[in-house]
Write a protein that binds this ligand. Structure first.
Ligand SMILES: NC(=O)c1ccc[n+]([C@@H]2O[C@H](COP(=O)([O-])OP(=O)(O)OC[C@H]3O[C@@H](n4cnc5c(N)ncnc54)[C@H](O)[C@@H]3O)[C@@H](O)[C@H]2O)c1
Length: 370
């Protein structure tokens, strides 16, 4: 197996394949990352990664993509980053680059499965199929539903697996591989590439909708003087709804939910369809933040110091991308309040670099957001 792009997801995926007894070649454009992995010195808050890397015997990591030719993998996974484009959708220049470099190595002697793990905008994969096929690759799309803070566990025991298959034979090969890799029996959904691209975004869009709904009902219950947690517990107790993502707390953030939600809305617009749920969800997430800011401002006197315990988008990570706790802290500071952030040294360093003296800090170990 080859995994191109051994960042947060790619490395975990490579280690998961290795644990299932596959020989794995990892390739990454970042030389420093390659050296860190080779030296088994990756600094990450992600559970189990360092242990799995220390134990890994059959993972080789290189910088030069040309190594794929001599390694001769049966299947090549691509897990490079696909950043968000401001106007909507994803910037696929890294995937484009990998595909160009792979094809430049020449036509494969034996047909090879090429699987995109990274999030792509619906229609992207199909746009690359003809060229991939010319070079002997069967191109499939297979995004995994993993969350920061539990990537290894999510890869090992996924709820479900999505395969946008190149053809039924490629889908069957991937399904067999995944069944070998997973220690549970996940539902495997096989479909066309375009369907899988939409299903990935729609899943995250629905989850954001559920989170925003729970927070909206919680805000309303708070305003009305009701017991918000009991209300939500009762709503989630209905089997048709379920309690997952239905607890009151901070709005959604991080590297996947907000952008996938917006991307689906953008995709719908391109098809002349108003997916107003996605847009309303985004708006509801912002309203919830405004509600929380109001609550904090009312709960603290103007000369009182406000302590914010953890500002990453999710406890157990060091990521600040679209973090709602951080947005809250910023809004409070912008309102002229003294804000003390309790964070780990790594997160505090990021905050100081970006926000200078806006906050004060209490440096602590890993913290949960309360
Ligand atoms: N992080 C998550 O929780 C998560 C969850 C689901 C899906 N995804 C998707 O997975 C993809 C990867 O995400 P990530 O968080 O692992 O990103 P990342 O930035 O941590 O890793 C990407 C890696 O790809 C490497 N890379 C970039 N261009 C390359 C090239 N031309 N050749 C070789 N290597 C190259 C980078 O150096 C980096 O190490 C994204 O599309 C993301 O949307 C991520």
């Amino acid at each position: 197996m080859a995994v191109i792009g051994v960042g947060k997801i790619g490395l975990c995926f490579a280690l998961t394949l290795e644990r299932a007894s596959y020989a794995v070649l990892g390739v990454d454009a970042d030389r420093e990352r390659v050296e860190q992995i080779r030296n088994k010195a990756v600094r990450t808050p992600e559970p189990r990664v360092q242990q799995a890397l220390a134990a890994a015997r059959s993972v080789e990591v290189v910088h030069d993509l040309a190594a794929v030719r001599s390694f001769g993998p049966d299947c090549i996974f691509i897990a490079v980053d696909t950043p968000t484009i401001e106007t909507g959708g994803y910037d696929t220049r890294h995937v484009d680059r990998v595909l160009r470099d792979l094809f430049a190595l020449g036509r494969r002697d034996a047909p090879t499965d090429l699987v995109l793990l990274c999030t792509t905008f619906p229609g992207y994969c199909d746009s690359k199929v003809a060229e991939a096929s010319d070079y002997g690759y069967a191109l499939s799309y297979s995004p995994w539903f993993v969350a920061q803070g539990s990537i290894m566990a999510d890869l090992e025991r996924p709820d479900q697996i999505l395969i946008g298959e190149a053809d039924p034979a490629a889908g069957a090969r991937l399904e067999a591989l995944y069944r070998r890799v997973c220690s549970n029996e996940p539902a495997v959904h096989r479909m066309s590439r375009l369907s899988a691209e939409i299903a990935k975004l729609a899943t995250n869009c629905f989850l954001t909708m559920k989170i925003a709904f729970a927070n909206a009902i919680g805000d309303l219950a708070t305003r009305a003087g009701a017991e918000r947690d009991r209300v939500l517990d009762a709503v989630g107790g209905d089997g048709r709804i379920g309690r997952g993502c239905l607890r009151y707390g901070f709005g959604y953030g991080g590297p996947c939910f907000p952008r996938d939600n917006r991307a689906l809305h953008f995709f719908a617009m391109q098809h002349d369809y108003n997916l107003f749920q996605a847009q309303a969800t985004d708006e509801a997430n912002r309203s919830h933040l405004a509600f929380q800011v109001g609550q904090y401002l009312r709960a603290h006197r103007e000369d009182e110091v406000i302590h914010v315990h953890g500002v990453t988008y999710k406890a157990g990570t060091e990521m600040l991308e679209e973090s709602q706790p951080l947005a809250l802290a910023r809004a409070l500071a912008a309102a002229g309040r003294r804000v003390v952030i309790h964070e780990s040294p790594a997160v505090a360093t990021q905050l100081r670099a970006e926000f200078g003296e806006l906050f004060e800090y209490e440096i602590e170990g890993a913290l949960s957001v309360t």
